[in-house]
Design a protein around this ligand. Structure first.
Ligand SMILES: *[C@@H]1O[C@H](CO)[C@@H](O)[C@H](O)[C@H]1NC(C)=O
Length: 182
């Protein structure tokens, strides 16, 4: 039976590759956005969390919090940088708004730097803390706007969004550290 060994080899290879593929697939969630949906369900602003994480397709089959935290911080950095650039570009408005925009550049630069560098912390628990401190800077900008009389401007709306990014980032970072510890 000269042809048997060849078909045996073929069958063996097929079985081996099926086992190999199924082992690899076991590592990855099979339901799209399974982790994202589970994590966002526990966030105070579920809708915001879903929007942020789903805006990057790498979240679809993400299997750990490290991936999701990196995505959130990446999206947050881009968005907050765009807000800061908008603050720099606006030249027309009430004196209260223009003064507040100028006052808010430093706080916003601080927030952007925090988002960009916090993942480099050696101590995981400092990541959430860095983002928490960034939230203080957003509140500092809001205090400038309030005291300058620009509370009802787009600065408040922008600060609310930036604050949402801080809360989400801090929460995801803390979940990530719990996951790494366990
Ligand atoms: C900003 O957030 C504060 C506190 O959550 C809220 O009371 C206010 O209505 C929000 N303002 C805008 C313009 O989104």
């Amino acid at each position: 039976m000269p042809s048997l060994p060849i078909s045996n080899i073929f069958i063996t290879l097929t079985v081996v590759s099926v086992i190999f593929v199924s082992n690899v697939a076991d590592d990855v969630p099979k339901i799209p956005y399974e982790l994202v949906n589970n994590v966002c369900k526990k966030q105070w602003n579920e809708q915001f969390c879903l929007e942020v994480l789903k805006s990057d397709t790498r979240s679809e089959f993400a299997k750990d919090m490290t991936t999701l935290t990196a995505i959130a911080l990446n999206v947050a950095t881009k968005r907050v940088t765009a807000t800061r650039d908008c603050f720099l570009e606006v030249k027309i408005g009430s004196p209260a708004v223009l003064k507040s925009l100028n006052d808010c550049i430093d706080p916003y630069n601080f927030v952007i730097t925090s988002f960009q560098t916090c993942l480099k912390e050696d101590d995981c628990s400092l990541i959430g803390y860095d983002i928490y401190i960034a939230g203080d800077e957003v509140r500092r900008c809001q205090k400038f706007a309030d005291s300058n009389g620009a509370h009802d401007s787009f600065i408040t709306t922008s600060n609310n969004v930036t604050q949402d990014y801080c809360w989400l980032g801090e929460s995801l970072a803390n979940l990530m550290c719990n996951e790494i510890r366990s």
